[in-house]
Design a protein around this ligand. Sequence first.
Ligand SMILES: [Zn+2]
Ligand SMILES: [Zn+2]
Length: 221
Amino acid sequence: MGICIKCGTKTEKLYDSLCINCFRNELSKLKIKIPKTIEIKQCRVCKKYLIGNKYIDDIEKAIKNQLEKIFSKEENLVSFSFEIFSNKIIVYYQKEKYEIKAFGKIELNLRIKEFVCPICQRKLGKEFNSIVQLRGKNLEKIVEEIKKIVEKKKRKDSFISKIEKVKNGYDLYFFSKSIAKQVVNYLRRKYKVEIKFSRKLYGLKNGKKFYKDTIAVRFYE
Ligand SMILES: [Zn+2]
Ligand SMILES: [Zn+2]
């Protein structure tokens, strides 16, 4: 005979000083720290999901992979399964110790974070249509600012294909002319700058003359 240290019940058998009910109840709780939100990165262009350094098509696999990483640290876990709702995941799990089974479930938020994968960036980047030339001093902060603005646009073509450090500044290559223009307009509003626009005939595209733009932005202190 023993007494459960939690509820005081007298019982034949104790499991880690607990009666079977208290033990099962304790066992059903997860001991590891579970993040509230599962974040999955998805390429805006090819729609693939990024897992580690691999790209896969299946969101279920992507989520399973993330959950496996988290749940593998839980002791006495036997198995888990999950259901996906639009922005939620419910995980059902089973644990077992001393041949006693316990079940539980947990609700997590699901967030799909969009980005443009390097493969798509490279593919689309070959076709740059605008170069924004930043000229002046201490432009590193401005380059970082521009990266953030471009990322926020959440468009298929909102990315910088290439950033090149040149002698007196940076050259930023854009696939999208309109994104490049939006960036320049932002800089015009926020900083004291002089802007020079030029375009070069680049050949024909679908029977139309095709131009590439160069926008030089000079910063004054
Ligand atoms: Zn008890
Ligand atoms: Zn992609």
